[in-house]
Design a protein around this ligand. Sequence first.
Ligand code: TYD
Ligand code: MG
Length: 460
Amino acid sequence: MSQRQKKTKSRFVCSACGAQLPKWSGQCPDCGAWNAVQESILSTNEPTQRLRGYAGTAPDGIGGLVQALATVSPEPQPRHPSGIDELDRVLGGGLVPGSIILIGGDPGIGKSTLLLQAGATLGERESVLYVTGEESPQQVSLRAHRLNLPGANIQLLAETCVEHVLASADVQRPSVLIIDSIQTLFTNALSSAPGTVSQVRESAAQLVRYAKQTATTVFLVGHVTKEGALAGPRVLEHMVDTVLYFEGEPGSTHRLVRAVKNRFGAVNELGVFVMTDKGLRQVRNPSAIFLSRHDQPVSGSVVLVTREGTRPMLVEVQALVDQSPLANPRRVAVGLEQNRLSMLLAVLHRHGGVSMFDQDVFVNVVGGVRVSETAADLALLLAVLSSWRDRPLPLDLAVFGEVGLSGEIRPVPNGPDRLREAAKHGLHQAIVPKANVPKGGVNGLVIQPVLSLQEAINCL
Ligand code: TYD
Ligand code: MG
């Protein structure tokens, strides 16, 4: 280790202009940017990976072979199921050896719980090393007892120095390495405090190299900061193979795991869990869990059939339109895109003849779900209209469709799938884009195909 410390030097670099400084400074003397100077490792002639004990296990890319792409045969990625189906789903079918997976989320959302549960099932077949930088081994053991996993075959290591972690991993040779959390790790090569961007980035870089060289699957836990940005982890997103986000509403027990980047599978795949007193329980058929079943029709509420990854899901879109006391009425979207809401209200005015200049408009997706697809457009507008007119829509109505700027209703992917899902959950009517209606219709569903916003409004 001392040899290593001698050979690596750090320098300070302005992240705004790239200027190199001999020491830290609050303002960059070159470009004048504040708080942009960060410590980073100066590369020496000797690549850092050569200094590490695990060198020699695989070619490290330096002096690598130049070969024609056509002559390289694609190796099918072997997968190791984690034993938790909802997690495997977002990972694209299981763990890929040598891949590095970042799990981001608010503190307390359940990241440690999920990884401990996954570690326990993985431990039945593989060796798992769980590095805890935040909690003591006793705390982890307490959680394991609470999760009813006291006999889990997991090796524990309470350590925050990345060099020590890698040295232990070199001895243990785990096939799965869990780092909880990346923000607590630090490298001896840098003098800045753990949790700073440069420490997080350099620690992660060492773990990435280790994962690739030893074909170990590495999980990194990363906390999201108050501002919502993954202060550390955001800078990691490009370094890792897979980025999962753990989401959930405060006060709700539902937890969603979403893939936002995946080199080995589809993105926007969703895993759904419920946090119980015995840990996370999978929701295998989540298509209607976010639907609040009203007894009476209420105004401003519409059932949207959205698609998360590969499955259709029924969610309730709610709107509240109310006279605004403000000169600039509010446009608030929770779980939907704010800009899209403003745009759709403009379309509603121009092509539906309904003006909301003096109204506050709030829209919300029930249950803390976030819908980013444009298929929500039509449902959003119908919910807004229903609230504005104070006229409830039928309880058994399903809606989806994209609304274009000229007031046309455009088809969305997998229309028939969505319609069948709606029928499966006992809905009897649907207002959807014309091109999404299958030829023979859908059993049990009265479908109103629409081509324009005006037609959709007339349906009500
Ligand atoms: P945790 O996994 O520690 O969150 P993170 O690692 O993302 O910070 O989860 C902590 C929360 O989960 C805590 O508020 C308690 C709750 N919890 C349960 O409700 N049931 C359980 O079985 C466990 C282990 C935790
Ligand atoms: Mg934790």
